[in-house]
Design a protein around this ligand. Structure first.
Ligand SMILES: *Cc1c(COP(=O)(O)O)cnc(C)c1O
Length: 404
């Protein structure tokens, strides 16, 4: 193992824009669900790069796709199309309701495309009156100015001057609020089919059903942001498939690339026609290198054995968390779906999720938080059972220290 100490964490503060506050250790190698830092310390990875590393680190299928494509062609721009992009788009249409795909490089960009398409569709069909975008508090849709303004956290969107207009936020899971507010002036409703960053909040069946019905009633488009929930994360290939309703536009990123930056907006032929030549674009979007890796990733994830394995791993996670909690009483609830799980801090430890993250890090376990009150788990979808057991052994040590 290389223990190159020539680059130190302190360099971050010297040369990086201070919008992040990274951990002290710097990982230099990953394999499966294990990571090693510069000092050779090992970590079990229950964070998965925030729901991105869906096949773990350096999965042979990804390494193979990347190296093969790296020796063929990396980049062309959209002046030409390419084989990996076409194959990936075909696969995505086979795996979802979608008939058409637009490639981007991130979740925010996929959402930006979704929102612009909805606005353009409404402008083309209904003139200038139908521009309202309804979204939900605690929702997260990325950090471009349009997407962060549609996101439901004012702390992320305030302080940058005038925002894109006609965006309304309503409480998630509040059927009555939506009924009272939505109108024929609503152009789109944008939601996560399970709020991730906002605290791992599942929609009620009634809410999901009502959102679809009200969108139909008022000719509004339903946009599902599946950047976090997509590509097997919840046990279905896309989370909408488990909810029994179908969106008009779906955005996907994170696990789509398994670690290579890529995003996509999926939609129908009827809607896609509003993005005529020149209306929208991206230099890198649909880049052959990224698409070749994503093609390999979703080929692997969409196997029934992998999707079934996610449900099995969810049960193990839930059992382990419940068993730990019977001993330490730190959580009030375990929630979420598939391998997008949240452990909510109990009243006594309200707002202390980050302390668990820090204590776990010291024991060699990486976890995430979702807000101040939820410890979030988004591991590799193929994490081994030994790694799960070892991770929970470390989590127990962390929690024992936390409550002491
Ligand atoms: C992470 C995330 C995004 C933003 O994705 P980026 O790749 O960071 O732009 C958007 N929506 C949801 C639901 C996410 O979880």
């Amino acid at each position: 193992m290389s223990t190159d100490q020539s680059v130190e964490r302190s360099l971050f503060d010297d040369v990086m824009v201070p919008c992040y506050s990274p951990m002290e250790m710097i990982p230099v190698k990953g394999q499966g669900s294990r990571l090693w830092d510069q000092g050779g310390n090992e970590y079990i990875d229950f964070a998965g790069g925030i729901a991105v590393s869906c096949l773990g680190h350096c999965h042979p299928v990804m390494v193979d796709a990347l190296t093969k494509q790296a020796n063929k062609i990396w980049h062309l721009s959209n002046v030409m199309t390419n084989e990996p992009a076409l194959r990936l788009a075909k696969k995505l249409t086979e795996l979802s309701f979608a008939e058409k795909v637009f490639f981007a490089n991130s979740g925010a960009e996929a959402n930006e495309a979704a929102l612009k398409l909805a606005r353009r569709w409404a402008a083309d069909n209904y003139g200038n009156e139908k521009t309202e975008v309804i979204a939900f508090y605690q929702g997260f849709h990325g950090r471009t100015f349009f997407t962060v303004s549609v996101g439901g956290q004012a702390s992320y969107s305030d302080g940058f001057g005038p925002k894109p207009g006609d965006i309304t936020h309503l409480p998630y899971n509040d059927v009555e609020a939506l009924k009272a507010h939505i109108s024929d002036k609503t152009c789109a409703v944008m939601m996560e089919p399970l709020q991730g960053e906002g605290g791992i909040i599942t929609p009620t069946d009634e809410f999901a059903k009502t959102v679809r019905e009200l969108c139909d009633k008022h000719n509004a488009l339903l946009i599902f942001d599946e950047v976090q929930t997509g590509n097997g994360r919840t046990g279905d290939f896309y989370a909408y498939q488990g909810l029994g309703i179908t969106p008009d536009i779906l955005s996907t990123a994170k696990s789509l690339g398994g670690g290579i930056p890529i995003g996509a907006m999926l939609t129908t032929t009827k809607l896609a026609q509003h993005f005529k030549v020149g209306v929208h674009g991206s230099t890198y979007g649909g880049n052959p290198l990224a698409c070749a890796v994503a093609e390999a990733v979703i080929g692997e994830i969409s196997k029934p054995s992998v999707l079934d394995g996610i449900k099995e791993r969810e049960s193990i996670f839930r059992e382990c968390l419940t068993r730990l909690n019977e001993k330490y009483h730190v959580f009030s609830e375990i929630r979420g779906k598939g391998l997008l799980l949240g452990a909510v801090m109990s009243e006594k430890y309200e707002g202390k999720a980050r302390d668990i993250l820090v204590a776990a890090g010291k024991q060699g376990l990486l976890v995430l938080v979702a807000g101040a009150n939820v410890v979030r788990f988004t591991p590799s979808l193929v994490i081994s059972k030994e790694d799960i057991q070892e991770g929970f052994a470390r989590l127990e040590k962390a929690i024992a220290e936390f409550v002491a």
